[in-house]
Write a protein that binds this ligand. Sequence first.
Ligand code: S3P
Length: 175
Amino acid sequence: MHSGPDKTVFLCGFMGSGKSSLAKTLAKALEREYLDLDEYIEQAEKKSITALFESLGETTFRELEQRHLLNLLEDPSAKIVALGGGTVCFFDNLVRIKKKGLLVYLKLPAAALVQRLSASPQERPLLKGLSAADLKSRVENLLEQRRSYYEQAHLVVDVLHSKPETILNALRQLL
Ligand code: S3P
């Protein structure tokens, strides 16, 4: 892992785990720039993630996502980056991210994710148009597929039982 005060912190975890919101809080506390990979892609491509998913399909979206991730990894300034929910699960993204900075997994059980996602107004192409029962099984299946990637993070945070201050203290020990 790249070390020193210029180390970027990357937040990974399932959709709805609170990556963007925690990234903003951490960025403020650590006086770092905040960046959201989805927003970075949307700005560069001038299209929403939903529109990109629809026009490209998931396979090509993942290639595009990696291209933008690699650009971002070239930037030497230390940031707090909220990744997309699938970013660390494709190609060699996980290894590349872990080499460049500190990877944090925001861990939540499937039931809590389902609850948060059902209440979220945000458009999510992978969960679009699902009934409550289908949402539950989609989240459970996807989380099962992704768990082994997420768990390789440098720091695993139990979101339901950790306050932002606790996470911040754990991070400070590692930065
Ligand atoms: C995805 C999560 C989304 C976005 C895209 C794919 C995923 O980001 O990158 O819709 O594969 O889990 P959020 O986790 O910020 O919703």
